[in-house]
Design a protein around this ligand. Sequence first.
Ligand SMILES: [Zn+2]
Length: 380
Amino acid sequence: MEKRICPICGSDQESRIEKIRLMIPEEYHLPETYHIVSCDSCGFCFADTEAELEDYNYYYTHCNSYSGMPVGSEEWKWLNETVERLIAPYVKTGSRLVDMGFGKGIFLRWLREKGYHNIMGVDPTKESVEAVKKEGMDVAVGSIFDEADDRYRESADCVFLFDVLEHLLYPADALCSLQSYLRRGGCLVISVPNYAYLKENTKPIVNMFNQEHINYFSKTSLDNLLRRCGFSILDGNDTGKAEEIVAIYQFTGVRNEQIIRDTYCRTSIQEYVDRFADRKRSIEQALAGLWKKGITEVYVWGTGAFTMWLLANTTLSDLELHFIDNNATKIGTSIGNSEIVAPESIGNPECPILICSMLYGNQIHQQIRQMGLKNDVVIL
Ligand SMILES: [Zn+2]
């Protein structure tokens, strides 16, 4: 029985939008279904999941392999330019800047290249901290739920929190702990996926609604959360036309309970969900086409989140499946009873290849042709 209350206003009155089914490896210890709901009181949309804080702590410590956006990509450039514009009025080259959850240290490096020299990073992963420390960066192991230690307490002029809040069961608690890093009047720069802008989003539903993304912010909802946690709004994109929200807030310490009802995010999500239902129907047609030809056995190239979604939500699992992946870390592991093998293991030309990849469908298709494979190919 799901029971999550609204993480922004605390209301337990919510309306269901869609049920999400995932096929999740047992070792993740996370539920395979949840409902996307919207809060009847403030309009915030979120995952009503059974999972508890310790489940997510376990998952993020043991199972997660988050890689972040590719450096140099269009979205990376857009994010950097936006951040640079937002912080310009508030931050000087000597300002104390903290990147919370720095991952591979990409943003810390970017700050250093831009001439900022009083920078530090906090990340929960020991390996990340050790790797980035070797580059001479001031970095420490820490969680967003821990208070800053004495060395860093109330010293930051600006804290960066990129793509974190959409993952947290209790985002308000995290924002409270994070305040211990900030001096009064300091700034917080946040980025989260923009769920009010799903209009032209054609990515599979599992890219937006998966076991990790459990808070679906619009700018209105993000502002509501920050106001209630003692921040005032300085600047940020609110056009509803970018896939990512990037906004800057000032830490005032004055909590403001005012809620501006989010009236548009639910509609945006509903339209997206309906559109993806059409795509699911065309996937089912493609699979039915295989059955009609008497095909019962296929190669499935790609073993990521999209494949897991297909297995949980379509008739793909009725076929005999041989899993293929380019990723060396996945080869030798299994899905169900079937081992994942390298592309070189494809040996039956009569067996069609289904490409199941959110991002690399065309590249995989090209690779299949370069390998000289004559198998029929279907891109799902
Ligand atoms: Zn609410």
